[in-house]
Design a protein around this ligand. Structure first.
Ligand SMILES: Nc1ncnc2c1ncn2[C@@H]1O[C@H](COP(=O)(O)OP(=O)(O)OP(=O)(O)O)[C@@H](O)[C@H]1O
Ligand SMILES: O=P(O)(O)OC[C@H]1O[C@H](OP(=O)(O)OP(=O)(O)O)[C@H](O)[C@@H]1O
Length: 306
């Protein structure tokens, strides 16, 4: 039986519920809450409570620091969770955790950053034997041990942990370089640092324990999330075209499975409805117009299932 009594004095009974861990604050918080709303998870979280019962599914949400979620899932204390790939790798939880799906938000890079002013530091190899400061101590050690071609215990590069404001470490004389998360690069530029290597490309991930309870419910959640991610990736494109040009048009925008084609009242013409990836939309519309399509309309998709 999972002991979650540390989460609140008057805990609700969660024994018949799947425990789903989500970040309680930070970079992933807003996107996670948006996703939960989009997949129809309804809950009422009381102030200062880190556990909330979902009213329309047998789920209890557990709000935890993103950095701890992979470990909780790995140990089976919670069944399902959302956290960063960087945290999963750093927690060395890969063996016990199954990645259900990448979620496409919280995208950033774990990078080796060195002072711009020090022209001698141009790659990770230039840092062998030097001092590195990071919050990602395991990933950093693995990175430099691999580079040195030795086991972590034998490597000469010194890796020291700090829990935050990692970018300050070089300026304060604690480190020759750092390893930290970078998205826009603004934080590192402001600290006079620049990227010399990337350790990991990361994004948020839906994870489950490999032996988790409620596998059917986890599958339902996964399907719902897939629907939302598909809807975010695609738009619905509708156009009219002469039937003898239909083949060319379908070649331009073949859709996920196949376009839906409906005859128009006008002889020899059809209406086509097709899902198009947003990233290719402008090019597809240009090409469809060139191929003779008219009345090309683009509609947002709120949700999608296979
Ligand atoms: N700049 C960023 N851009 C995109 N995603 C990020 C960024 N920084 C962090 N993340 C992602 O969000 C996760 C949580 O980071 P965040 O800084 O929000 O942690 P936190 O739980 O608020 O902890 P703390 O505030 O103590 O650092 C990271 O592990 C990473 O996956
Ligand atoms: O490349 P950027 O867009 O500037 O983002 C990078 C910053 O974001 C993260 O920290 P965050 O702001 O979440 O705060 P933290 O330092 O408290 O973890 C990370 O640790 C960097 O400091």
């Amino acid at each position: 039986m999972t002991d979650i009594s540390y989460l609140g004095a008057s805990l609700p009974d969660t024994s018949d519920r799947m425990l789903f861990a989500v970040p309680k604050k930070g970079r992933l918080y807003d996107q996670c809450l948006g996703l939960l709303a989009n997949i129809g998870i309804e809950f009422n979280r009381k102030p200062r409570h880190d556990i909330a019962l979902v009213s329309n599914l047998p789920i209890a949400l557990v709000f935890l620091p993103a950095a701890d979620i992979a470990a909780y899932v790995a140990k089976g204390n919670v069944d399902l969770g959302i956290t960063g790939l960087d945290i999963i790798r750093e927690s060395q939880a890969d063996g016990d955790v199954a990645e259900l799906m990448r979620l496409g938000f919280g995208r950033c890079k774990l990078q080796v950053q060195a002072p711009q002013a020090d022209g001698s530091l141009r790659s990770s190899s230039d840092l062998v034997g030097k001092r590195i400061v990071t919050s990602f101590i395991n990933l950093t050690r693995e990175h430099f041990a691999k580079l040195e071609g030795v086991e972590v215990e034998q490597m000469s590069t010194q890796v020291r942990f700090v829990s935050g404001s990692v970018e300050a470490a070089c300026g304060l004389g604690l480190a020759d370089a750092i390893v930290d998360l970078v998205e826009s690069g603004d934080t590192m530029r402001a600290a006079g640092l620049h990227a010399i290597d990337t350790v990991l490309d990361t994004e948020s991930v839906l994870i489950t324990n490999k032996h988790a309870r409620f596998p059917e419910l986890a599958k339902t959640i996964k399907q719902r999330v897939e629907g939302i991610l598909t809807a975010r990736r695609y738009v619905l494109c509708q156009y009219n075209i002469a039937r003898d040009r239909l083949e060319t048009a379908c070649g331009i925008a073949p859709g996920r499975q196949a376009p839906t084609v409906t005859p128009l009242e006008q002889d020899g013409w059809v209406a086509v409805s097709v899902m198009v990836e947003k990233s290719r939309l402008a090019d597809s519309m240009d090409a469809l117009q060139e191929a003779g399509a008219t009345d090309i309309l683009v509609l947002q998709i709120a949700n999608a299932r296979a």
